[in-house]
Ligand binder design. Structure first.
Ligand code: ADP
Ligand code: MG
Length: 476
């Protein structure tokens, strides 16, 4: 017979099942184990810190309601987190979760010319107070500078952001425009700046808002005839962080109003931080006068993460989530997912979820299977870096030699094999492949491919090398 906590949890699951997608249910709820029920507190065990945070972030309301439905108003939930130690011999042990303190991210109350006696406060960011108004800064406390890994790909943007955060409105970087493709950290960095400013200057009124939200608020204000409130609201902000300004493209009225708000804030020494998925010159459908404002300060770009940054990001994430993966798995992820950090995090998340779901240790094999299954339709391909690594491992050569210009025989051959596989398995041009392999030109790469093909035909031992390496590169 089921124990009481198991029974309760079972009933909870029935309710939850009706409220989430089958996939989410499988991923996030099936791996949970009920542990005990004591004075209306149900303790559930989750596989990792990350898991706990995910539940808290996405399902806290559902969980709360469900537990209260089962146990009454006094019903509470407590988590017990397994620290993942799959591949070591240690027994899993559990930690209690402290609740996060997000108080420091509150803005001080401010006054603005807004009729608070109206029945409705129309701006969604305002929490009505007695006489004053509070602006919720809308910052995500996870996106701090501490959690932002610095690397060659983001150094300029990060340090400019940091400078702005220590002296908002007091540097030449006003506005600071951060641009870069999806998943490279724009939103994270914008939040970091806001969080750091709240730390250094608690009295500044900080607001993070997406351009989309800004646009919708503006449209609403036109509908409700509260445009003045809208403008006044934005004009009292000390640090305005506007995310994804490319969204303003083609929206003339919104650009107009933003132009005026921008000018007002800039003149008053308020700090503006903008992000965009394109550099200013490529922003189509944007008014010239606005574009020229964007260029007043500093534009800093975020580039695709280099290998070291990718590994550092994975390590950081694991440290935060209390997970410990084998080094080879981390390297495999970092070598194969090169596009952006969101993809990389996504792969790590699937991997952890998958492993706790199947109660399998996270091995290189599992990582390979998972990446194949879950991340296939995203922009993933075997990278030149990964091919080089496999070839070097196979021949027991240091990677630096492969990338150097040395003409030592065994290195030359390994390099040629890496070029050959890069040509076969990636979409990279001959020139790119050459550049990765000791700065060779495209003719050298072509020559390498021919040489390898010849040797495959004529040299039996060589053929074995090639098929061995191919197996190692291939993903299952
Ligand atoms: P963007 O806004 O450019 O599309 P995000 O800021 O949303 O990208 O970043 C995507 C994910 O990657 C987020 O979870 C973010 O925390 C993470 N991330 C991006 N850059 C870094 C970094 N340098 N260090 C740690 N995490 C990062
Ligand atoms: Mg973003």
């Amino acid at each position: 017979m089921d124990k009481i906590h198991e029974k309760v949890w079972k009933s909870c699951l029935t309710i939850i099942k009706d409220n989430v997608s089958p996939r989410s249910f499988q991923t996030w709820f099936e791996p949970i184990a009920p542990i005990k029920l004591k004075s209306k507190v149900l303790t559930i065990q989750v596989p990792s810190q990350f898991f706990y945070e995910w539940l808290e972030e996405h399902y806290v309301e559902l969980l709360k309601k469900t537990v209260q439905r089962e146990l009454g108003q006094a019903g509470k939930l407590e988590y017990s987190v397994i620290i993942d130690n799959h591949h070591s011999n240690q027994k899993p042990y559990t930690v209690k979760i402290p609740t996060t303190d997000k108080k420091s991210l509150k803005n001080p109350s401010t006054t603005m010319p807004l009729d608070l006696n109206q029945n409705t406060i129309r701006n969604p960011f305002i929490i009505p107070g007695l006489k004053k108004v509070n602006v919720d800064p809308q910052l995500n406390s996870n996106y701090s500078f501490e959690n932002f890994v610095e690397g060659d790909c983001n150094r300029l943007a990060r340090s400019a952001g940091y400078a702005v955060a220590s002296k908002p409105g007091g540097t030449a970087f006003n506005p600071l425009l951060i641009y870069g493709g999806v998943g490279l950290g724009k939103t994270h960095l914008a939040n970091s700046i806001g969080i750091e400013i709240k730390k250094n200057h608690p009295n500044k009124t900080v607001l993070y808002v997406s351009s989309e939200k800004f646009t919708h608020q503006f449209i609403d204000s036109v509908k409700n005839n509260t445009q003045n409130d809208f403008i006044h609201f934005y004009q009292m902000i000390d640090v305005l962080l506007i995310d994804d300004v490319q969204f303003f493209a083609g929206k003339e009225k919104t650009q107009d109003i933003f132009f005026h708000i921008f000018n007002h804030l800039h003149q008053n020494g308020s700090q503006l931080v903008l992000t965009s998925d394109k550099p200013p010159v490529e922003l189509q459908g944007m008014e010239q006068r606005l574009l020229s404002r964007f260029k007043w300060g500093l534009s800093a770009d975020l580039q695709s993460p280099d290998l070291e940054t990718r590994i550092a990001v994975l390590n950081k994430k694991m440290q935060q989530d209390g997970i410990d993966l084998p080094k080879e798995v981390v390297e495999y992820l970092a070598y194969s997912i090169t596009t952006n950090i969101r993809e990389l995090e996504g792969a790590l998340i699937s991997l952890i979820a998958q492993s706790s779901l199947n109660k399998k240790a996270i091995t290189l094999d599992l990582a390979k299977q998972m990446i194949d299954k879950f991340v296939k339709n995203t922009a993933r391909e075997v990278s030149i870096d990964y091919i080089q690594k496999v070839v070097c491992d196979y021949f027991n050569l240091p990677l630096e030699l492969m990338k150097s210009k040395t003409r030592k025989r065994e290195v030359v051959q390994a390099r040629q094999i890496a070029m050959y596989f890069s040509k076969q398995l990636t979409k990279s041009s001959l020139a790119t492949i050459g550049a990765h392999c000791g700065g060779k030109d495209h003719a050298t790469v072509l020559h390498a491919c021919r040489t390898v093909n010849n040797l495959i035909e004529t040299d039996k031992r060589f053929r074995v090398y090639i098929s061995d390496i191919e197996k190692k590169i291939n993903l299952s």
